[in-house]
Ligand binder design. Sequence first.
Ligand code: ZN
Length: 289
Amino acid sequence: MIAKFDSIIELMEAFPDEQSCVDHLTAIRWRNGEYCPYCGGTEIYHFSDKRNHKCKACKARFSIKVGTIFEDTKLPLRKWFLAMWLITSHKKGIASTQLAKDIKITQKTAWFVLHRLRHAARTQSFNAPLDGDVEIDETYVGGKATNRHKGDPKNGPGTSGKTAVVGAIKRGGNAVAIVVKNTNTDTLDGFAHAVVSPVANSVSTDEHSGYRNIGRTFNHGVVRHSAGEYRKGEFHTNSIEGFWSLLKRQIIGIHHHVSPKHLHRYVSESAWRFNLRNIGEGERVNEII
Ligand SMILES: [Zn+2]
């Protein structure tokens, strides 16, 4: 059952310890049925410790945190939940320094927590940041001609009802894409920190100036498309380009015109379908139900 709470006191009473938080996260994550975070299998064994599970299909042992934003931190879920409470109850937002003080974590941790939770709020999911080799790219969707790429200067946002979308993909893994208001440095840097794991091996982008600070945190490689360059060693953006064409085909195929107001739903639906691509049709249908 998913717990309900209306005040910070009730929150603390609903989550007196780590196990109560684990149970809550489990209820949310498996609200449409249990599944394996590695292969998507739906036959799951449960260990008696109430923390660990095992997939019948791929035999992987996992906790409910695997594949979520909570996986690669040691921060207790109780502090994550408190942080969520504080963030949502401060309408004007909360500074990382304040969050650090309020829940007794370092400012560096608070900074990551804020980025991750903003990402979770925007993507409406607790899916984990991407590691390995990651590609980030931005594109414009909607309006009359959905298939134009950002390379054409006439196709900037606002010129013909187009909406900016930024996406990231782990090569051979999952994709994340969200609708954004603009593609400036703040937006693209914030997106990168929210969706890419700090231990990612590399981050590839094109030469868009909004990516200029990525190299401060990540092993960043720039592919200069304007100079006809499409690969520089391990750096390229072929996977995300493939994802964009899939996304655009799906949006054009189903809807001739998508208003910017609803575009975010189609974008997350496309990413969701893409991420389930290795799961069999039967499981995918179950997942939808
Ligand atoms: Zn599995």
